[in-house]
Design a protein around this ligand. Structure first.
Ligand code: IPD
Ligand code: CA
Ligand code: CA
Length: 268
């Protein structure tokens, strides 16, 4: 029998400890590298933080597998068993340039089903936490279920990239939605943007390409507050690959999908 409470307690303690170490790194000189392109940044702290989690998990749960952004975990090609999905620092550009607006994202799945999701906004000391079936919490305070918001009173989190010429989506497709909403915001951390939808600070988050470690925890949290996440085509997310993302409360999700995103696709 898997002791999920114990896993949850350990995960929480490790996330907090990793957050402390990240904060301490503000006093040190970062070693900054690039990955797929000159703006895809990684630091020694991203790597050290991932290694910290991997050591703890391997020591405590040797049969569990780990999917981590920096690649120190396992090669995962099936969702069988218990899998920890970790982004040690989501929002590395913010971490480097701003020392804020980044988060640790940690999720634990069993056979593809999300059990535990944690997003830790280190600098604000805000831990968004969900245990499947028991609701979502912000620093131990229960987050209320999301309420319906009409599109014209809603805030949309979106990066300006997606309404300017880009490789992933026709820039015209999202413009009517951007015009219809009350306002737009962009925070530069997918995990924080998910957490803000979960808490109703924004009503929707749209982006074109996230990896499993960017959304694994957020997808668990949003379900616990009655929200919905899918691809921009309305399909279920694939935990083994990259996905476009539409996340919001259920009624807004349906409205935006039908009356804006799919409609514009059909009209294009
Ligand atoms: C990135 C951030 C960013 C999102 C990118 C992600 P990283 O993660 O979440 O907001 O737009 O798609 O890759 O590289 O900082 O962990
Ligand atoms: Ca990320
Ligand atoms: Ca990252």
């Amino acid at each position: 029998m898997i002791d999920w409470r114990e896993i949850d307690g350990n995960a929480k303690a490790w996330v907090k400890e990793a957050g402390q170490k990240i904060k301490q790194s503000f006093q040190t000189k970062l070693s900054i590298g690039t990955k797929s392109n000159p703006d895809d940044l990684v630091t020694n702290i991203d790597k050290e933080t991932e290694k910290y989690f991997i050591k703890k998990i391997n020591e405590t749960y040797p049969s569990h597998k780990i999917l981590g952004e920096e690649g120190y975990g396992n090669k995962i090609d099936t969702l069988d068993g218990v899998i920890w999905i970790i982004d040690p620092i989501d929002g590395t550009m913010n971490f480097i340039h701003q020392q804020r607006n980044f988060a640790i994202s940690l999720a634990v799945y069993e056979n593809g089903v999300g059990k535990i999701g944690m997003i830790y906004d280190v600098v604000h000391d805000e831990l968004y936490h969900a245990f499947k079936g028991e609701g979502a919490y912000l620093n131990e305070i229960k987050i209320p279920q999301l309420e319906n918001v009409p599109v014209n009173q809603s805030i949309l989190a979106i990066n300006a990239t997606w309404v300017t010429e880009n490789r992933r989506i026709d820039a015209n497709r999202l413009r009517p939605l951007v015009k219809a909403v009350r306002g737009t915001r962009s925070y530069g951390s997918a995990a924080i943007e998910f957490a803000y939808v979960v808490t109703g600070r924004v009503d929707t988050y749209i982006t074109m390409r996230l990896s499993p470690w960017d959304f694994a925890a957020g997808a668990i949290l949003i379900e616990e507050v009655g929200g919905k996440v899918s691809t921009l085509e309305g399909k279920q997310l694939n935990l083994l690959g990259e996905n476009s993302i539409l996340v919001s409360n259920s009624s807004l999700h349906q409205d935006i999908l039908q009356n804006y995103i799919l409609k514009m696709k059909n009209e294009a």
